[in-house]
Design a protein around this ligand. Structure first.
Ligand code: F6R
Length: 619
């Protein structure tokens, strides 16, 4: 949820503040209710924090005399305890002398009880946050031991919940100490300087050398060292790795918004996710999977757990995986999964889908599935994140960093990775569709070019979006794999343009939703290709007629050459031909563009929609 940056370097100067502000700018997508920094300057800690976006903090810093420092921490917040005010913004100070400062991501669940304890000791608080409780506890522990790492160790063992904490103290000037429990934190290794971040984007402008940490670990960085220990005090080591993308990947590269850039990255997201999945004979090989083939052959049920857009990717994948493997696939919203008494055995494969790999609901679902004996595979876009680390196996999507809050390229990469997994399972189990795997892979490899060509044909969609800036409600219809795409189109519009939008299975219309149709009601219809089995194309064309007869304004997404839709379409948006199961990789694109441009036409912030954060690390 929140973004966290830490830096310690050899020299006192402006660099620590510059590094932290740049890191916060790259992490602002994680939360943008307020932002703040703390600098260790002489025997004091300087802090500056402001409600609102990072620009407000930047302005406050520009209007102030900011001291030189060698050590700095920073924070960009998505509010949990206490509203987005200057007082509740991080960092929070601890101790009567205010020499300690803390930034925090996550929730301290037992903060109320701890706060009562501190209040009884006469400690006063200046905010409503759980973070300030941790800051006061840390200051008291530091007063006893004089050692910031030891203070962190004693405090984290009293905290319940999920958290990443970063602390600095004026009496430990060249040190930042951090701890993580079920919340993200990575270390960046520089030359004579070291970094901390909620993710590698925080320091990618300075180093590609990163260190993964485990849960329940503390790391202490100085300019020349990083030392890891477990919460129980035993020494530990992080896992070093090299980041495979560079700072440019986390920048807008000439586009107005990250979302626009990421939509245009989609051919690469799909292409890169397909790379290296087959051997010289065209046979699928999933080296990352690390689950015994015999166990995979034996599975009799697949449950996909995910949230939001990732869950829609799972719903698309369900149609394909069931078709290719004949294994029943259920898609469960991760936050419901744990509480629905799920039917899981050691023959169940639980596939989690998560761009960030940090979504708390999904991480908890994976843990629950493992406790019930399931095999777990994570489809994830973030190297070394919590969910892949805690799963039996991982299939990374290679979409590159996704910065815009609304997921686009990760969605296409997730569908692609799930398809690869489905084809691999089909190959492993033999049977009719094992032979088709090769042909489907070949067709998947053609998809990036098709997306690229589709992206050049979007002018009319952009125009329609601009004309519809005052629209109050939009409906989306789809069938089969088009049904989750209808829901994804509606989700994009809700989150980006704050317009009421709903996606329905087209066949469901007559069972109630058709009552919503009144003259002028805009409805997008995702039409299956004419070669879709079971005459689904014809059935959806009838659905278009039914709503048009009642006055709907029909915006039809149809395959090139599909003439049957023409008499009933107010607008036709063409997508290139693919076989039916691959169509979602194309049909979603105009819906993403529509939401992006309608939001822009309304003057809204496309990359950082209100009330949202990129990575939902609280339940
Ligand atoms: C919507 C969106 C969200 C995420 C969901 C899961 O555009 O981005 O619905 O898909 O919060 O996030 P991850 O994939 O990080 O688990």
């Amino acid at each position: 949820m929140c973004g966290i940056v830490g830096y310690v370097g050899p020299d006192t100067g402006a660099r620590p503040l510059d590094v932290v502000m740049e890191g916060l700018a790259r992490l602002e997508y994680r939360g943008y209710d307020s932002a703040g920094v703390a600098l260790v300057a002489g025997d004091e800690v300087y802090t500056q924090k402001r409600a609102g976006k990072l620009a407000n903090l930047r302005e406050a810093l520009e209007g102030d005399t900011v001291p030189s420092a060698a050590t700095a921490i920073g924070h960009t917040r998505w509010a949990t305890h206490g509203g987005p005010t200057d007082e509740n913004a991080h960092p929070h100070r601890g101790g009567a002398d205010g020499k300690l400062a803390v930034v925090h991501n996550g929730i301290v669940e037992n903060f109320h009880q701890l706060k009562q304890e501190l209040l009884a000791q006469g400690v006063t608080f200046t905010s409503e946050t759980d973070t300030e409780v941790a800051a006061q506890l840390l200051a008291a522990a530091f007063a006893e031991s004089g050692d910031l790492t030891e203070a962190m160790r004693s405090v984290v063992n009293r905290l319940e919940g999920a958290f990443t904490l970063l602390a600095v103290h004026a009496d430990a000037p060249d040190t930042v100490v951090a701890a993580r429990r079920n919340s993200p934190l990575v270390v960046g290794l520089g030359e004579g300087e070291n970094f901390l971040g909620s993710d590698v984007a925080a320091f990618i402008g300075y180093t590609k050398q990163a260190v993964e940490l485990d849960q329940d670990q503390i790391v202490t960085i100085t300019p020349t060292s990083h030392t890891v220990m477990n919460f129980d005090g035993t020494p530990a080591e992080g896992k070093p790795y090299e980041v495979t993308w560079d700072a440019a990947a986390a920048e807008k590269s000439g586009y107005d918004t990250f979302m626009e850039k990421e939509i245009n990255d989609q051919p690469h997201a799909v292409g890169d996710t397909l790379l290296g999945r087959t051997d010289a004979d065209g046979k699928l090989v999933l080296d990352e999977l690390r689950i015994d083939e015999a166990n995979l052959k034996d599975i009799d049920r697949i449950t996909i757990v995910a949230c939001g857009t990732a869950a829609y990717a799972g719903m698309v994948a369900k149609y394909a995986i069931e078709h290719w493997t004949r294994i029943p696939v259920e898609v469960s919203l991760a936050h419901e999964f744990r509480y629905c008494d799920p039917i899981v055995s050691d023959r169940t494969l639980v596939v989690s889908i998560s761009q960030s790999g940090e979504t708390a609901d999904t991480a908890m679902a994976v843990r629950h599935a493992r406790s019930l004996g399931a095999l777990t595979v994570s489809v994830c876009n973030t190297h070394g994140a919590t969910i892949p680390r805690e799963s039996d196996a991982v299939l990374y999507t290679h979409a590159g960093p996704e910065i815009a809050v609304a997921s686009t390229k990760a969605f296409l990469a997730q569908i692609t990775a799930c398809y690869v997994l489905g084809l691999y399972l089909a190959q492993l189990r033999g049977g009719t569709f094992a032979d088709d795997a090769r042909a489907v892979m070949a067709e998947l490899h053609e998809v990036p070019d098709k997306i690229a060509s589709l992206l050049t044909e979007m002018d009319r969609v952009k125009e329609i979006a601009r004309f519809m800036a005052d629209t109050r409600s939009v409906l989306f219809l789809g069938r089969n794999v088009g049904y989750p795409i209808a829901m994804e189109g509606a989700l994009k519009l809700k989150e980006l343009a704050y317009i009421h939008a709903e996606g329905f299975a087209a066949g469901e219309l007559k069972h109630g939703p058709i009552a919503l149709i009144e003259p002028g009601q805009p409805v997008f219809i995702v039409v299956p290709g004419p070669d879709t089995p079971n005459e689904l194309h014809k059935k959806v064309v009838s659905n278009i007629q039914e709503i048009r007869a009642r006055g709907a304004r029909t915006l039809v997404i149809a395959q090139e050459g599909d003439e049957e839709v023409l008499p009933f379409a107010d607008e036709v948006i063409r997508v290139p031909h693919t076989s039916p199961l691959l169509q979602p990789l194309l049909t979603v694109v105009p819906l993403q563009i529509f939401a992006l441009h309608l939001s822009t036409a309304k003057g809204l912030d496309v990359d950082q929609p209100r009330n949202l954060a990129k990575s939902v690390t609280v339940e």
